[in-house]
Design a protein around this ligand. Sequence first.
Ligand code: GUN
Length: 305
Amino acid sequence: MPRILDGKTVRDQIKAELKPRVAAFRESTGRAPGLVVVLVGNDPASEVYVASKTATADELGIYNETLTYPATTTTDELLAVIARLNERPEVDGILVQLPLPAHVDSQRVLLAVLPEKDVDGFHPCNIGAMVTGRPAPKPCTPAGIIELLKYYQIPVEGKHAVVVGRSDIVGKPMAALLLQQNATVTICHSKTRNLAEICRTADILVGAIGRPAFLKAEHIQPGAVVIDVGVNRVDDYGLAETIFPPERLANFAKKGYLLTGDVNPADIEKLASAYTPVPGGVGPLTIAMLMFNTVGAAERRIAQA
Ligand code: GUN
């Protein structure tokens, strides 16, 4: 039986370590670290994520605001919002929830966030700092995965890590962080030839493509550590039948869908030495790392003031 890498345990440890830092910050500044989330439009998944982020901030005593704008908001209007937040001294972190509506120039909006307030680690300055090993906020999901690997003492140095997916949010920064831990890193994507063959050489396989159970037995080396970043809703019963065992299908009838990662769960069970479950693996870490970045940004801003 493979070992389950439980993200909730690691999340709880990260949060427990943040509490005294928030208290010390309050003590020395007379205020809480401050986070503002900018939410544009009515994407239901984004609304759920943002609600979770603000609930976690509340729990840790981090001051937070959510600014919501209609889907019709223009790039210029958002740039003006960001400019005002950059100016507010009590705002340590600014998070623009993605995706933004298609007509908005997301790159320009993300570039407008002051690097020192960029708690997502998406600003090119912070990406550059990360790639060159300088201290800076790191993108939350891959940074959380590195914390998880450390917590479970999974060796990374000298291992072959294969990251499937090259998004700016997960795949690319994941590869950079694994490289920094001295893994040998391969990034695969939709144009990669011989995907299964490459994946089968992975000691650490990271699925970050957003396609339900796309990676299967043929992609998993026996004994591999599988990190599954995907959270995919399967609402087609025929597809669900090919992925889930009968006992889980019972839940499909109740909810009308089931969640699965990018890697087939039954094949993980058969082949992996350790894996992150979906849900409960990588998911809980992202928000914990956002809080970590917010507290870190607040501390650095005060130290520099
Ligand atoms: N949308 C999905 N994941 C993320 C994330 O990590 N940060 C932001 N800002 N938006 C997201």
